[in-house]
Design a protein around this ligand. Structure first.
Ligand SMILES: Cc1cc2nc3c(=O)[nH]c(=O)nc-3n(C[C@H](O)[C@H](O)[C@H](O)COP(=O)(O)OP(=O)(O)OC[C@H]3O[C@@H](n4cnc5c(N)ncnc54)[C@H](O)[C@@H]3O)c2cc1C
Length: 406
């Protein structure tokens, strides 16, 4: 049996970030991932989905030595954000210059993020990837935790981290309950080419069925996330290209002109999920395994990356103090730190979704007033922008931006 300090189940972006953050400090990590990893670095330009990566997440990737790989893979900086409501003329405009920042964040395709992290993890001696492999048996009742894989390998560790996504097998196996809510909405994603320049700006219009976001990427293309009631999303998924272009152009009030081209479309059912606990003795959950949030502010993966950085910080501090890294008091520090922050973000996203999806005229007027006030009251606007950039809240050291970075 091969012994490591930490086993991470799930080699997605959050799992690999956890592994790199620990592995770079000499903690030995085994990552178990069922999907085969690609041999060559991923190329950009074909995924209908991009992630808006905050400044805090960029800082984590930089500290881990994975950021250059993402820049080489077409990470696209965006400088402005415009948010407005279909029911009025109130609008908030964030621009990076006004906030004293070089940009608000970057748009990056998920496979580019993953590929850069995979290369970094593979370059670390203390990280081993078991891939493709699945956990068939796990015993967390004793120290060390023991794990059997379907490829015949057996591992033991002081701590197991579940980074295996929304349907987390580890969370289910350990019967950690969840609170869930079905939004009865889908996110329709696609790459589209508008007639006018997107001006490196993220455009978001709140419509009664849900928000529509146009996220700027290279070559004048945008990646859209269009939140729609389930049936409407199905209709738009199957709609003839021309009809889809017309509906989409109208939904954005033709702010970027007509839609002249588009790539394949996909839809994702939207739900909120929060694990009742993030930790138990010798176990911690991170990323979507612990929480799934409405994508309207593009915060999902960013929250998961902060979990990874916070958990690594707690584990490293415990190791320095010669405490057991899988002990509940140690892991509770991580849970106390991240659960409240994630809960707050989930509640805010829920509130926005409910407030903006409501067609009552009185609420419409209130919304409009809210947008007008948020635009005019500088401290409120700055606070909102700092949250959107991931720079607010109790950040782990890996995510803190040095005043000397660009
Ligand atoms: C429409 C839409 C748009 C979004 N846009 C954004 C955005 O702009 N910005 C943003 O921050 N977030 C966004 N998100 C959220 C983002 O997709 C997720 O939060 C993020 O991918 C979660 O990463 P993860 O590593 O926790 O999970 P995943 O990416 O799901 O990775 C889980 C990994 O675990 C593996 N796995 C599965 N089963 C097992 C098993 N039994 N054992 C071991 N491993 C297993 C999987 O193969 C996978 O590699 C969006 C989500 C949606 C639906």
């Amino acid at each position: 049996m091969n012994h490591v300090d930490v086993i991470v189940t799930g080699g997605g972006s959050v799992g690999l970030t956890t592994a790199c953050a620990l592995g770079m400090q000499g903690i030995t990590v085994a990552v178990v991932e069922p999907r085969p990893l690609p041999d060559t670095p991923a190329t950009a330009g074909h995924n209908p989905r991009v992630f808006a990566i905050t400044r805090a997440s960029q800082q984590i990737f930089t500290a881990l030595g994975a950021w250059d790989g993402m820049l080489a893979g077409d990470a696209y900086p965006f400088r402005d954000m415009r948010v407005w409501d279909a029911g009025g003329d109130g609008e908030i405009h964030f621009d990076c210059a006004g906030l004293g920042e070089p940009y608000l964040g970057h748009m990056i395709e998920p496979q580019v993020i993953h590929s850069a992290l995979q290369q970094r993890a593979q370059s670390l001696e203390s990280v081993s990837l078991y891939c493709p492999a699945l956990v068939t048996e796990i015993d967390v009742t004793r120290e060390p935790v023991t794990v059997t894989l379907d490829d015949g390998n057996a591992l033991s560790a002081d701590l197991v981290v579940g980074a295996d996504g929304v349907h987390s097998a580890l969370r289910k196996r350990l019967q950690i309950g969840t609170r869930t809510h079905d939004y009865r909405q889908c996110g329709l994603v696609a790459r589209v080419l508008p007639e006018r320049d997107h001006q490196a700006t993220a455009w978001q219009r709140f419509l009664p069925g849900g928000p529509l976001a146009f996220l700027p990427t290279t070559g004048g293309w945008c990646s859209i996330v269009w939140t729609l009631p389930v049936e409407t999303a199905q209709q738009q998924l199957q709609a003839d290209r021309q009809d889809f272009h017309t509906a989409l152009g109208e939904a954005l009030e033709f702010r970027l002109g007509r839609i002249t081209d588009s790539g394949p479309r996909d839809i994702f059912p939207l739900q909120r999920l929060h694990a009742e606990r993030y930790v138990r003795e010798r176990v911690a959950l991170v990323g979507d395994a612990a929480h799934v949030i409405h994508p309207l502010a593009g915060q999902g993966i960013n929250l998961g990356l902060l979990d990874a950085a916070a958990l690594a910080e707690v584990v490293l501090a415990a190791r320095q103090r010669q405490q057991r890294i899988g002990s509940l008091p140690v892991l509770r520090r991580y849970e106390r730190w991240r659960r409240g922050e994630n809960q707050l973000m989930m509640a805010v996203m829920d509130g926005f979704n409910r407030l903006f999806s409501n067609t009552q005229p009185a609420l419409g007027r209130l919304r409009n007033l809210g947008l007008v006030l948020a635009e005019r009251v500088t401290p409120a606007k700055t606070l909102l922008a700092r949250h959107a950039m991931g720079l607010a809240g109790d950040l782990p050291a890996l995510a803190r931006i040095s005043p000397y970075s660009d």
